[in-house]
Design a protein around this ligand. Structure first.
Ligand code: MN
Length: 321
């Protein structure tokens, strides 16, 4: 069977200098996966290309496995190492420009440096946008301090992909339930909340051209569109003002990928609620098996037009490939 050409957007890599940051996520993941993943993450050659070829991924947009320097407490170290991560990635993209692209890794501890580094990555290193691993030292992207960052994002017209991370503190509701801390649940709550903070803070009213990407078919949010609008209507908004209803921002400013979500019903939900031009294929390599993701999307209940949009057309348009 011929495979639909694909572009994948949540595909991770690692470099030995960043293993210690990544290891902070170890409690969230099974030990056997953790060891295997490191080998796959550090390979940019045969292993990765074979996985891509096996499911028709023509180009993978690579990003450092989180949380990277966003977990660094010293701002100057974070700024320096973010540049290093991007230089490492740029070298690999330059070797195979037809197969790889990149999302910049940014030290969000310093919004001005993050904006400058994003510009360097996009204008000089040929990257397509940025990936931000959730909150940084408790700060979320709706914070006023990120105004210079959003201004640059708007000028550059590139997407910002919010990748999951844990919240800054473990709240009581997770007590005695370590399985809920991480990809099973807490990452979803955290990342969906991060996106909603941006919507309700009016970030997309101030930066109407801003483009946000969420993984995991939108972190449950497409399912909740109707209720977000309905309850926002009757909520005590205080001083909050939005120019449009919450769901409008999802159809204007937000895209979602299928990373780590290989299920038909949530895919249909995302397409039906957000529109067929808003959903993009991704694997979440190597944390999701390429064959699982690739075989699933080929057989998913989509029209051939939708399948082409999801597999490559939407990504090509958003990333200007
Ligand atoms: Mn991921």
């Amino acid at each position: 069977m011929t495979k639909t050409p694909k572009i994948a957007l949540e595909e991770h890599f690692l470099h030995p200098d960043f293993v210690d940051y990544w290891a902070t996520t170890a409690p969230n993941i099974s030990p056997s996966l953790f060891g295997k993943a490191r080998t796959a993450l550090e390979d940019f050659g045969e292993m990765r290309l074979a996985a891509m070829d096996s499911i028709g991924v023509e180009r993978a947009i690579l990003s450092l496995a989180g949380p990277g320097v966003q977990a660094e407490t010293r701002t100057d170290t974070a700024v320096r190492l973010a540049r290093k991560a991007n230089d490492v990635l740029a070298e690999q993209i330059a070797r195979r420009p037809e197969r790889y692209g990149g999302f910049a890794h940014l030290a969000m501890q310093s919004p001005q440096d993050a904006a400058d580094e994003l510009e360097r990555c996009v204008r000089e290193l040929g990257m397509q946008g940025a990936m931000v691993n959730g909150q940084t030292g408790g700060a979320y992207l709706d914070d006023d301090r990120y105004a210079p960052f959003w201004e640059r994002v708007s000028d550059l017209e590139v997407p910002v992909y919010i990748h999951p991370n844990n919240p800054p503190e473990q709240t009581h509701m997770y007590h005695a339930h370590p399985e809920l801390w991480g990809p099973v649940w807490s990452w979803t709550v955290e990342t969906a909340t991060h996106a909603l903070r941006l919507v309700f803070a009016g970030t997309f009213d101030r930066y109407p051209g801003a483009r946000l990407v969420l993984g995991h078919l939108g972190e449950t949010l497409p399912y909740l569109m109707w209720r977000l609008d309905s309850r926002w209507d009757i909520s005590n908004r205080g001083e909050m003002r939005l120019e449009r209803k919450p769901s409008d921002y999802f159809r204007q400013n937000i895209w979602v990928t299928t990373s780590g979500m290989c299920a038909d019903a949530p895919l249909r939900c995302a397409l039906d609620m957000l529109g067929p031009e808003r959903v993009m294929f991704s694997v979440d390599y190597p944390f999701e098996r390429s064959a699982e993701a690739g075989d699933w999307i080929e057989a998913a209940p989509l029209t051939e037009r939708e399948r082409a949009q999801v597999c490559h057309e939407n990504a090509r348009a958003l990333l200007k490939l």
